[in-house]
Design a protein around this ligand. Sequence first.
Ligand code: CMC
Length: 425
Amino acid sequence: MANNTVTIIDNRTGKKFDFPILLPTIGQSVVDISDFYKDTGMFTFDRGFTSTASCRSRITYIDGAKGKLMYRGYDISYLANKKTYLDAAYLLLHKDLPTKQQYDAFSYELKKRSFIHEGMKKLFDAFPDNAHPMAILSSAVAALSTFYFDSLDMDTPEEVIEMAHRIIAKIPTIAAFSYRYSNGLPVIYPDLDKGFTENFLYMLRGYPHHHVELSPIEVEALDTIFTLHADHEQNASTTAVRVVASTHAHPYAAISAGIGALWGRAHGGANESVIRQLEMIGTIDNVEKFIKKAKDKNDPFRLMGFGHRVYKNFDPRAKILKKLRDQLVDELDIDSELIAVANKIEQIALSDEYFVSRNLYPNIDFYSGLILEALKIPKEMFAVIFVIGRTPGWIAQWIELKEQPDMKIARPRQLYLGPNERTPE
Ligand code: CMC
């Protein structure tokens, strides 16, 4: 028997069952209930997986009570303030921060792979005007398997890393093309003289044969946003990626599923919803009315950009972005009315009993929406920005899952409440 166990007593029969406690490096211990059904003949019930660890992971750690986030043991504020997004992406994939030489080689690899097959343009063409870029992005990523089918069998670690680089490199180009096509604009090919983040902004804003001015502060701000989104342990979209990967589907299918999961307004779609909600509120005089709506149990209205499943103190990413937003207010032309409304909401929510008692603090999306708006990123691209940032995390999680020899297909059970067998007439 394991040294540490939890005993469960079925008080209907008095039978006792012991389950081993698994110890983490840091954080919560985990009760291993893998044999729960075999031992007890019952399932466990955990709506929204609030108490379930679905995997062993060595990638990202969150302490929700302390407001702490680490990628591979590095604190997020160190990575966001002292390192670039490519450092963070390399760290997630390769388990260590890169040396200068490794960084340059990684950057070169991504540049080399940033172009997409010309045949994919027909795919973009098929979507109607104003199609949401997230819909195009998820379809185009799934379709990558039809253009790059030669290396779907990844038998060696080198082939896996090649696949990882290909996806990270191509997603910004697909994302930019999705936006350009949905707006009837000419597509802009990657510029190999530009860095990862600068090149993405260039593909979004550029025009053929026209010089585009991109200020370093804009590039740095977007790079920080990418870093802050790069991974977040077993969130909804990462779980979607892992579930698809557990069936041995190829990574393009898994990442495409992640994009679908991320789109929802409770997850990555929240940053777009934050701005749309601030615009709807309009002026600071309306704030009280909407706070009241958010608190009304009979009203489905929620304050977007507030609350988090794991952070019950503050979101450390939000703290970094709040500072960045305040810097950008001084340096870029930010809509002052929107900022005033946002500040008023924040001020009320942080002192209101409803929000305080439920630990509802501003999350990353509350500030990232305002920053992306200041960077003149179109609103429908906000969730797409989240996707670009999150891709290395999804891939690192996909690789980790594949490396675990005892990996099993994800297949939860249910509490059936439907009809008993009916007699046909
Ligand atoms: N506005 C008003 N009330 C809220 C909000 C909100 N934004 N968020 C949670 N609540 C209330 C909720 O009604 C419930 O109240 P009660 O206990 O009286 O029933 C309580 O707080 C707990 O909420 P929950 O929905 O059970 O919490 P959850 O952990 O399942 O959901 C969440 C977390 C992020 C989906 C939710 O807080 C939410 O919908 N927030 C707004 C959307 C948002 O900003 N999403 C971005 C999350 S950060 C980016 C990311 O990592 O994906």
